[in-house]
Design a protein around this ligand. Structure first.
Ligand code: ADP
Length: 509
């Protein structure tokens, strides 16, 4: 049995009464179900034709099972004392539109509960819902187990491509098959065949140049998810002032990531991800971009706010889709910006709290189990709502705190931003500037973003005043008028620092 078949079989053996398979490719799901159930009894109901024969799909017993509720009621009553207990399977396809109806919910619940009490009765009916949308009524939450249909393995994709070539009668070399299969990773069989048709229609054969079509199709898929976007950026590692420890760490991981085959063969673990914690404006987003540059892979940004949906299960479904897409694009960096948003209200019993608690659970499981080349860069400004298990090492390869820059770092940041705008010259005294930006109540007062803002404003002023070059004095004038973010956020910063030291999180500096 394959890993996928095993997983579904284990849910059934563990007597999970309702399994929800969230997938649109019904053929693929049918094949899987047929392999797992073997010769046990299967009854199918689908929203288009009603009750049908699972294998041949012809309509059955129109009168007694003409709609979903009749179908369920019929099977609820269908317990035969004389027969040995052996599971019966009810496959319900595309019934998500009916999952807001009290009667349907009650029937599903009754069957599930009767099955859970199977020791007393000769009734063991496993319901498998197959639908392209995940809808979980609150009343059934504890009875439903969501089964994630896994992505195809590389060798399975190779098989699909070869079969396609045979059917269309064209030659394709093994190395081309291999290369295209890697690009197709994360797509479903249906999507892959669509792409192959598209490529084939263009030229009458398929070769390595068609990788471009696959990449374009993947971008289409990313756009459709809504919560993900591809970030284009220019920054490189030299654009970060300071954070030396973090930069060193990333360079090491990049070396592994770029030589993954050799590294894993040698026994090195695939890098999983990193979490960056700290106050805003100190370069966390910058690090996410630079990581993509160092690893030489695309950068996908996940907007947690856009994941959160209004209906039960919607947020999880959006999350799962986004993850599938990231897996489709891998190798890539998945930048989860402001991850704290996902945990707002965690543990609260109100509806919102439950959603985020589940979303959090899903995310942790995914992080723990993932064996792919999606490298996660999670960034957070506020960790007061974080569940402690999230801050423990193990889920991520490393957690770093990104603090307000030290004096040496501030000097470097001034240098970077002045240089970038062609305004760095010998007369500018960086030490004098830093003396201004790092005095006061806090040991280090200005953030990288504050320094950048000061530089920008000085240059703008100089332009308007018609000056040819800027001086140290010009910059200091702007500093004197600036209120750094750390001053307005002083309370939060203190709180954050206390929490970070409590968890003993490494400093990026
Ligand atoms: P965060 O994600 O921590 O809120 P950002 O990375 O968005 O902060 O920083 C905002 C801007 O401030 C950056 O685009 C960059 O121009 C500047 N900046 C912040 N930290 C640094 C740094 N260490 N070196 C250079 N520029 C920095």
């Amino acid at each position: 049995m394959s890993k996928t078949q095993n997983k579904l079989a284990s849910y059934i053996d563990a007597c999970r009464p309702i399994v929800y398979i969230n997938h649109f490719d019904f053929n693929a799901v049918d094949t899987l179900i047929a392999q797992v159930v073997g010769d046990r009894e299967v009854f199918e109901y689908n929203d288009a034709f009603g009750s049908v024969d699972f294998k041949w799909k012809y309509r059955q017993d129109y009168n007694i099972k003409k709609d979903l509720d009749c179908f369920l009621a019929y099977h609820y009553q269908n317990d035969d004392e004389a027969k040995d207990i052996e599971e019966t399977f009810l496959i319900l396809k595309d019934i998500h539109f009916h999952l807001d109806r009290p009667k349907t919910i009650a029937l599903l619940k009754s069957i599930a509960l009767k099955t859970l009490n199977a020791e007393q009765e000769s009734f063991e009916t496993v319901i498998i819902i197959v639908a392209s949308k995940l809808v979980i009524p609150t009343e059934l939450e504890h009875l439903i187990t969501v089964f994630d249909f896994p992505s195809l393995q590389e060798n399975e994709i190779e098989g699909i491509i070869k079969e396609f070539a045979e059917e269309q009668e064209f030659e394709i070399e093994d190395n081309v098959v291999k290369e295209l299969a890697i690009s197709c990773k994360g797509l479903s069989e249906f999507e892959i065949i669509q792409i192959l048709y598209l490529a084939f229609q263009n030229s009458g054969f398929i070769d390595i140049d068609d990788k471009q079509i696959i990449i374009q199709e993947k971008e289409q898929i990313i756009k459709k998810t809504g919560a993900l976007e591809i970030i284009n950026f220019e920054e490189s590692i030299d654009d970060i002032g300071g954070l030396e420890k973090l930069k060193e760490w990333l360079k090491r991981k990049a070396q592994i990531f770029k030589n993954l085959d050799k590294a894993t063969e040698y026994g090195v673990d695939i890098p999983k991800g990193i979490m960056l914690l700290g106050m805003p404006g100190c370069g966390k987003s910058l690090v996410a971009k630079v990581t993509a540059r160092l690893f030489e892979v695309p950068l996908l940004r996940l907007d947690i706010g856009k994941l959160l949906g209004r209906y039960v299960g919607e947020s999880e479904e959006n999350f799962r889709k986004a993850i599938n897409v990231a897996e489709a694009v891998c190798p890539c960096i998945l930048w989860v910006d402001e991850i704290e948003k996902a945990f707002a209200g965690i543990g609260e019993s109100s509806g919102g709290g439950e959603v985020t608690t589940r979303l959090f659970g899903n995310f942790l499981t995914w992080l723990q189990e993932k064996e792919n080349t999606v490298f996660v860069v999670a960034t957070a400004n506020d960790i007061s709502k974080f569940p402690p298990e999230f801050l423990r090492k193990g889920r991520f390869d490393e957690l770093f705190q990104v603090n307000l820059p030290t004096e040496a770092e501030q000097e470097k940041i001034f240098e970077i931003h002045l240089k970038k705008r062609g305004k760095l010259h010998q007369d500018i005294n960086l030490k004098e500037l830093v003396a201004k930006t790092s005095h006061s109540r806090f040991s280090y007062q200005y953030s990288g973003a504050d320094i950048e803002a000061v530089v920008k404003e000085t240059i703008e002023n100089a332009f308007i005043e018609g000056k040819e070059r800027i001086t140290t004095k010009d910059i200091i004038n702007v500093i004197n008028k600036t209120i750094p973010l750390s001053e307005s956020l002083s309370e939060q910063i203190k709180e954050l620092e206390e929490l970070l030291s409590k968890y003993n999180i490494k400093s990026a500096t």
